[in-house]
Ligand binder design. Structure first.
Ligand code: TYM
Length: 334
């Protein structure tokens, strides 16, 4: 019998993966791949809540798989799949739509944010997105859902749904816990440290992508905003110096050093020097990931074999849960 606890998470292929996706999510997944039974997917169903170019979506979905593997998710030990290949997600998503309240969905910060940014396309999917995300999670009965800070509210909503559903039908779903990293849970844009570094940011000048070339990474760090005071001192004060705090958390995420260690390492050295070191640490952390991703992206047949096997394995678990749910709510067995 498999005693391992279960972990599950996903990323929308709505843009190229960033340093935020890595430090906030994938790094955390890869470090625990041995210890847990893990399911990771490319959330393509979620991606279309915002208009996508079909060819780009298709390319990014497969490239994202290559990047998961390059970041250390071994497909032999983790179940890696494409969300739309396991139709149970959409099916349970519908059921859970009927167990989430209009009021609670209206309170979701991401919905409010995205509605502001996509005023001409505030579609129903954008609104009910957390129900699909709850379905993604609950199908696999995970213990932990490793995500960055911005997704915590959605995992909390999934927990409310579990409580409501189990309250009516008995113990159907396991209660999942969000699992947020201590550093890197909210990597900010290098040019605008008050906004999250986002893969769907069109301009992208303050966004570091996993596939950026070393010289581009160095240039982006060189231009990074520090703070407007004249102190020129590396000190962790997120309220006063959000730009510096962001760079410190990135450096900490890359090197494992604490904020106190970073402060003493850079005591008496200016921001210019500090930014160069952070850039170099990021370049070195991402170099093997980029190289391995490029190698894997060229091997289409291998990637296809991984996502096919992943979908098959994921489907077995997912349909077991879906059958139970259908029975509980009163659907006639097929
Ligand atoms: P998404 O695609 O926006 O982001 C993927 C993961 O990366 C984290 N993240 C960040 N962490 C720190 N700093 C940042 N700047 C940063 N940007 C992104 C996110 O918190 C997330 O963990 N709805 C989800 C995808 C999803 C999902 C799921 C996640 C769909 N179904 C089921 C967990 C379980 C999303 O849009 O993440």
């Amino acid at each position: 019998m498999d005693e391992k606890k279960v972990m599950l998470s996903g990323i929308k292929p709505s843009g190229d993966l960033t340093l935020g996706s890595y430090l906030g999510a994938i790094k955390n997944w890869a470090e625990r791949a041995e210890q847990f039974d893990c399911y990771y997917f490319m959330a393509d169903l979620h991606a279309i809540t915002v208009r996508q170019k079909p060819a780009d979506l298709r390319r990014r979905t497969v490239e994202q798989l290559a990047q998961y593997i390059a970041c250390g998710l071994d497909p032999e030990k983790n179940t890696l799949f494409i969300q739309s290949h396991v139709s149970a997600h959409a099916e349970l998503g519908w059921v859970l739509n009927c167990f989430a309240m209009f009021g609670e969905l209206s309170r979701m910060t991401q919905f409010k944010d995205k509605s502001r940014k996509n005023e001409d396309n505030i579609n129903g999917g954008l609104f009910t997105y957390p129900c699909l995300m709850a379905a993604d999670i609950l199908l696999y009965q995970p213990d932990y859902v490793p995500v960055g800070e911005d997704q915590k509210q959605h995992v909390e909503l999934a927990r409310n749904i579990v409580q409501r559903f189990n309250g009516i039908y008995g113990d159907v779903f396991k209660m999942p816990e969000p699992y947020i990293p201590k550093v890197g849970a909210r990597v900010m844009d290098l040019l605008d440290p008050m906004s999250k570094m986002s893969k769907s940011d069109e301009a992208g000048a303050g966004v570091v992508y996993l596939m950026d070339k070393p010289e581009d990474i160095m240039r982006k760090f060189k231009r990074a905003v520090t703070d407007s005071d004249t102190e020129n001192c590396v000190r962790y004060a997120p309220e006063e110096k959000p730009g510096v705090a962001n760079l410190m958390s990135i450096y900490s995420g890359c090197t494992g050093k604490s904020y106190a260690e970073i402060e003493s390492e850079f005591a008496g050295r200016g921001y210019g020097d500090f930014k160069k070191y952070v850039g170099e640490a990021v370049v070195e952390m991402l170099r093997p990931i980029r190289e391995e991703s490029l190698r894997l992206i060229a091997d289409k047949a291998y990637l296809e074999s991984v996502y096919r096997a992943g979908a098959e394995k994921a489907s077995r678990t997912a349909y077991r849960t879906l059958r139970k749910v259908y029975k509980k709510v009163g659907f006639v067995e097929r």
